[in-house]
Design a protein around this ligand. Structure first.
Ligand SMILES: NC(=O)c1ccc[n+]([C@@H]2O[C@H](COP(=O)([O-])OP(=O)(O)OC[C@H]3O[C@@H](n4cnc5c(N)ncnc54)[C@H](OP(=O)(O)O)[C@@H]3O)[C@@H](O)[C@H]2O)c1
Length: 227
């Protein structure tokens, strides 16, 4: 049985990861601040009260996990705050850097012993980073959305560096765009795909992740995206 640790699991894409993983018989550790009733109903293991941007909470998570092997870490928790040129919202930009860019890097670093334990016994472990196409510099044809875009560009770069730094430890890294998904974050955008469709594609990519294709930026539809 493969053990997945997923962050940001009380709703949206993170919840859907847990639902699909549990349905196919994988072991799920669902990390969240506060579980929703939907998450509780899944009957997966939940570790609550973990704010991914809080170093104290990360230390608590480390302590709770001890030396338990983690086969796949999915850094999913994220936030979206408005920031345009007329109203930059500097606090919101900083908050997005904390949650979207620094936290996935810090959490990956904190759980390296758990990932290494898995890689040592199974030959390989995996890290998935939920970035966004909004963080692609080449794909930016419309401007605006400063904080979200900047934080996602930064986390994509963190993912790329991790893919190099962790290769010799047999830990592969996927940098993932879920598509435009109808969730709370997008105000349930009616043009968005469902979390179920998005996560189906994302899991296909994570399943096929290797030390040869590590460090690639993929759309959930399998397309390789430009940086
Ligand atoms: N939806 C899209 O179209 C889209 C597109 C591109 C990328 N993404 C990315 O995909 C990921 C999931 O997005 P989503 O659409 O599922 O968003 P969502 O519905 O807003 O869910 C975000 C999740 O992250 C959690 N979270 C936020 N801040 C946190 C923190 N400081 N500590 C712990 N958990 C925190 C939230 O929990 P709380 O209830 O505790 O806040 C929630 O569970 C994000 O990284 C997002 O940027 C989404």
């Amino acid at each position: 049985m493969t053990t997945y640790l997923v962050t940001g699991t009380n709703r949206g894409i993170g919840y859907e990861y847990c639902r699909q993983l549990a349905a196919r018989g994988d072991e799920v550790i669902a990390v969240c601040r506060q579980p929703s009733s939907a998450l509780t109903d899944l009957k997966v293991e939940v570790i609550r009260d973990i704010d991914v941007a809080d170093q104290q909470a990360i230390a608590t998570l480390q302590k709770t996990l001890g030396n338990r092997p983690i086969d796949v870490l999915i850094n999913n928790a994220g936030i979206y705050r408005q920031s345009n040129l007329d109203s930059l919202n500097i606090d919101g930009i900083k908050e997005q850097f904390e949650v979207n860019a620094i936290a996935p890097l810090a959490l990956t670093q904190a759980l390296l012993p758990n990932l290494t334990a898995s890689a040592d016994s199974n030959g390989m472990a995996k890290v998935a980073i939920m970035t966004s196409r909004m963080g692609s510099i080449e794909d930016n044809t419309s401007g605006g959305t400063y904080g979200y875009r900047m934080s996602k560009t930064a986390v994509s770069m963190a993912g790329k560096s991790l893919s190099h730094d962790l290769n010799s430890r047999a830990i592969a890294v996927a940098i993932l765009h879920p598509g435009l998904v109808s969730t709370d974050m997008t105000n349930f955008n009616s043009s968005g795909i469902s979390p179920a469709e998005s996560v189906k594609g994302l899991l296909k990519i994570i399943d096929a992740l290797t030390l040869e294709n590590t460090g690639t930026f993929w759309h959930t539809n399998g397309e390789v995206l430009p940086w």
